[in-house]
Design a protein around this ligand. Structure first.
Ligand code: NAI
Length: 326
């Protein structure tokens, strides 16, 4: 049997839910997931607008079935899902940090996580809602409380930082982004975002002021979008792209593909001795989610400094998330 036949006929296809499917990220993300051949069914939920988005996306000519669920149909939306992506919640406005979203988004994410823990406790949960550094611990603690926490199943989606690092580096050195595969470790906000340019062939050469500017642009690239949208929200299209990219990595790994390795924010032993028990690093994904957590590898002195600045901030964000559920 050819590889092509295997991928189209024997592949295990997965039911995926998007919670917050009516939003700026949720809509294009749903469209991109509709195009993924590993998705069998798409369950689109939002407190407003999901049935309309579902009717629209369902006309795209790929085999997956799309259903929309209104505000009171969360549990139905979660029946039988294997992967749940969460872009529900409010986005930033100019001048706001991601942490400023905590008060609104923490309870939204906690309530959605509690429903997933009840209805589909073995689902893989991909958290996009900010502040990711806190919302991932919120999902984990909520699952823990329900007695169903599996650390291999909960992911913070940091792929947009990876996508930005790749694109911005490619612009600085005049390469194509596919040659600029930058591991981004740490967390997902400001100084907790640690791009490791030295770990790419082409990134090693960037030094001095261009290097400092590049790091700053990756850490605060989201602000460029928030400012340009001028009150209308934050990154949605590039985020939908990044979310679909990460979901595809996970779906391929769940489907048995070997060697799928990508940065994502997970429960991690790497810096647990410093009180930081969630951390993004290169993670090998497998048929049960997180398969292997890779250490950050060799760091330059500059990268070591970035990591030292990341850890205390990250610890605060994680502790805040845990305290919210406790
Ligand atoms: P949006 O406001 O356009 O959409 C959010 C959607 O969530 C709305 O349709 C709203 O009705 C829905 N919603 C609110 N409460 C809900 C609930 N309890 N259940 C289900 N749906 C609910 O916002 P946007 O731009 O789509 O951003 C969503 C989140 O993603 C924000 O928290 C934002 O900060 C975050 N984000 C994360 C990024 C990352 O790299 N991880 C990048 C960009 C944004």
């Amino acid at each position: 049997m050819s590889a092509r036949m295997f991928s189209s006929s024997a592949a295990r296809r997965t039911k995926v839910a998007v919670l917050g499917a009516g939003g700026g990220i949720g809509q294009p993300l749903s469209l991109l997931l509709k195009q993924n051949p590993l998705v069998s069914e798409l369950s689109l939920y939002d407190i407003r607008g999901a049935p309309g988005v579902a009717a629209d996306v369902s006309h795209v000519d790929t085999p997956s079935v799309v259903k929309g669920y209104a505000a009171d149909k969360l549990e139905e939306a979660l029946q039988g899902v294997k992967v749940v992506v969460i872009p529900a919640g409010v986005p930033r406005k100019p001048g706001m940090t991601r942490d400023d979203l905590f008060n609104t988004n923490a309870s939204i994410v906690r309530d959605l996580a509690a429903a997933i823990a009840r209805v589909s406790p073995s689902a893989h949960v991909l958290v996009i809602s900010n502040p990711v550094n806190s919302t991932v611990p919120i999902v984990a603690s909520t699952f823990e409380k329900a007695g169903v926490f599996d650390p291999a199943h909960i992911f913070g989606v940091t792929t947009l930082d990876v996508v930005r690092a790749s694109r911005f580096l490619s612009q600085v050195i005049g390469a194509v982004p596919s040659e600029c595969d930058v591991p981004v470790v740490g967390g997902h906000s400001g100084a907790t975002i640690v791009p490791l340019f030295s770990q790419t062939k082409v990134g090693k050469a960037v030094a001095g002021e261009p290097y400092a500017k590049l790091v700053n642009r990756v850490q605060f690239g989201g602000d460029e979008v928030v400012k340009a949208k001028d009150g209308a929200g934050s990154a949605t299209l590039s985020m939908a792209y990044a979310g679909a990219k990460f979901a595809d990595c996970l779906l391929r790994a769940l489907n048995g593909e070997k060697g799928v390795v990508t940065p994502t924010f997970v429960k991690s032993p790497l810096y647990a001795d410093k009180g930081v028990d969630f951390f993004a690093s290169l993670i090998e994904l497998g048929p049960n989610g997180v398969q292997k957590i890779n250490p950050v590898g060799n760091l330059t002195p500059e990268e070591q400094k970035l990591l030292e600045a990341c850890l205390p901030d990250l610890k605060k964000n994680i502790d805040k998330g845990k305290a919210f559920v406790a």
